[in-house]
Design a protein around this ligand. Structure first.
Ligand code: ATP
Length: 256
């Protein structure tokens, strides 16, 4: 099996003596968009870093495409999984075009081995994200939202079977939020496994096929959003000010 399936098996992690989560088990299948949500500090970014072998779980294991991520070299992992971090402030004034092209490094022999098809993939990704006109801009001169679009374009250019995104719409206006969700749905539609950390529970209901919920040092729920998004769980997560109604046959979360 060399697809994008992400399989998190009985995973636990601690920073020193501080336990962040334990017993986390869920999977993201090819063709599926899964939303990961939960309160601030519940361990979502930490779990992402474990999936990318940047942090080592204290217990359990994480597989992608049937291989334990800890057994993959950095290059192999970069060909299997793309990652959009929560934020990234580039230390150097790389041009947007070069930043997106960096997504292709996993497929070529370094930045000096860039082939026409790598350049095409980068151009297509910029086109898809609507940032072609920013191609010659240094990344250090972009707004927060523009930087976020560049990071997503880089992940798309990387063209991996698994895509992990940490709050991919946090800095975006509503139009660009809708654009990103449409692109993520298309990525899943093309057979990729997509895991996106999200804060707005309505985004999970509207756009995701699966929901995974981090809370109280573990996974509080996992399944189709309609079954996960129930008032009891939301009140546990976010307190009594949270209600669930119905809009167009889907749950709709709103303030009480
Ligand atoms: N490098 C670190 N060393 C020690 N503790 C850390 C470190 N990074 C994160 N933590 C702690 O681990 C817990 C989980 O943090 P994490 O960033 O994974 O949460 P999160 O769910 O992504 O939060 P948010 O929604 O605010 O982005 C928090 O209590 C945080 O303080």
């Amino acid at each position: 099996m060399n697809d994008g399936t992400l399989s998190v098996r009985d995973c636990g992690f601690s920073y020193g003596k501080k336990e962040v989560f334990r017993g986390v088990t869920f999977s993201v299948e090819p063709g599926t968009l899964c939303g990961l949500f939960g309160p601030n500090g519940s361990g979502k970014s930490t779990l992402f870093k474990c999936c990318l072998n940047l942090l080592k779980p204290r217990e359990g294991s994480i597989y992608t495409g049937g291989t334990d991520v800890s057994r993959l070299s950095a290059g192999e992992l970069a060909r299997r999984a793309a990652y959009v971090p929560q934020e990234h402030n580039p230390p150097f004034p790389f041009l947007v075009r070069d930043m997106v092209l960096m997504g292709r490094v996993a497929h070529s022999s370094g930045l000096f081995g860039v082939r026409p098809r790598d350049r095409n993939a980068a151009e297509e990704a910029m086109e898809r994200l609507g940032i072609r006109e920013l191609a010659e801009e240094p990344c250090t001169r972009l707004s927060g939202g523009q930087r976020q679009l560049v990071l997503i374009a880089r992940a798309i250019a990387q063209d991996t079977p698994l895509v992990l995104l940490d709050e991919p719409t946090s800095s975006l206006d509503f139009r660009n939020q809708l654009l990103i969700w449409r692109i993520l749905r298309d990525l899943a539609g093309s057979g990729k496994a997509v895991l996106a950390c999200v804060h707005d529970p309505n985004h999970v209901v509207w756009f995701c096929d699966r929901a995974a919920v981090m809370h109280s040092r573990g996974l509080a729920a996992w399944g189709p959003p309609e079954t996960v998004m129930v008032p009891e769980l939301l009140r546990r997560l976010y307190g009594p000010g949270c209600a669930v109604g119905n809009m167009a046959g889907k749950p709709m979360v709103y303030p009480q």
